[in-house]
Design a protein around this ligand. Structure first.
Ligand SMILES: [Zn+2]
Length: 299
């Protein structure tokens, strides 16, 4: 087995769509991979109803093959991040546009009963046996129906995977030690970055968004864990760019120079939701309190 310091530790990220693994927590992923952690990404849907957000990719042949195109993009991002990945196989719910919102399309992930949607995830948890899992908070991070469903399915599977009475045909019970919510897009970070852009005399695409973003100290206080990973922001950006239909290289993702991000906010931020090991927060490591497994010594 690898001689890297954290070989033997395993981290599972559960995401709604291909590209979410690159826009949320990707620098954390790259850091842990570099330290020897096995990182597995579970993607709940194929992203079939995502739009083409990069004008350079807005072409008929892309639209006609959007499912395959997004699979190929995911393959590229997976290799850049150094992770393994599985699809849960559900169909994207799409963003319900309109007021009132239209009903979700038949058969989509958002309409699958949670107990059903969690079954393939329970199987994957019992196979991969992660020490740590991540998912979204109860609002999905942002209120896309697939993100909210991802939250529900993750929390249910986290609990049920550990119960030996539950669906024994899906594998031997496995207790994940800790589960976290992503809070990478928090308001204090955006304030810090907008301030730094102004100080550097640069125009920030986030000013407008920040003006509409109400202060919410209670929400900000939910962050328990800041993982230093600034040196991996470049890898995160490469993984994002691999999702060429979803990411405009000239868009807001890349408008803030890396050096500014690394200087003013060199962490990705999380909320520890459940821990089965003694944990003291604030902390700076998703694996805090979890020893490197002895199994790595066998090699
Ligand atoms: Zn998404």
């Amino acid at each position: 087995m690898s001689s890297l310091p954290r070989a033997g530790l395993r981290l599972m990220h559960v995401h709604a769509h291909p590209d979410d693994e690159s826009s949320k927590g990707a620098a954390t992923t790259a850091k842990y991979v570099a330290e020897g952690v096995d990182v597995h990404v579970v993607t709940c849907t194929g992203g079939e109803r995502g739009s083409v957000l990069n004008p350079k990719m807005d072409r008929p042949e892309v639209w006609e093959n959007i499912a395959e195109v997004r699979r190929a993009e995911m393959d590229a991002a997976r290799d850049i991040l150094g992770v393994t990945q599985d699809w849960l196989g559900f169909v994207d719910s799409g963003w319900p546009d309109g007021d009132p919102k239209p009903p979700l399309p038949a058969g989509c992930f958002g309409l699958v009963p949670v107990e059903e949607g969690a079954l393939p995830l329970v199987r994957l948890i019992r196979e991969f046996r992660p020490h740590v899992m991540t998912t979204y908070d109860e609002n999905g991070g942002y209120p896309h129906p697939d993100h909210i469903q991802c939250h529900l399915v993750s929390m249910y599977a986290f609990e049920k995977a550990a119960d030996p009475e539950f669906a024994p045909e899906l594998g031997e019970a496995w207790q994940v030690q800790k589960i976290y919510y992503h809070h990478g897009f928090n308001r204090p970070r955006t304030v810090a970055i907008v301030d730094a852009m102004r100080a550097a005399g640069l125009e920030s695409p986030w000013e407008e968004r920040l003006a509409k973003w109400k202060e919410d100290p209670e929400h900000d206080a939910r962050i328990t864990t800041r993982v230093p990973c600034g040196e991996y922001f470049g890898v995160r950006d490469q993984a994002l760019l691999a999702h060429a239909t979803q990411i405009d290289p000239d868009g807001h993702w890349f408008a803030v120079p890396l050096e500014i991000q690394q200087k003013v906010w060199p962490t990705e931020d999380y909320e520890l939701v459940v821990s089965h090991v003694p944990a003291s927060t604030p902390e700076d490591d998703l694996f805090a309190g979890i020893p490197v497994p002895a199994e790595r010594m066998e090699a």
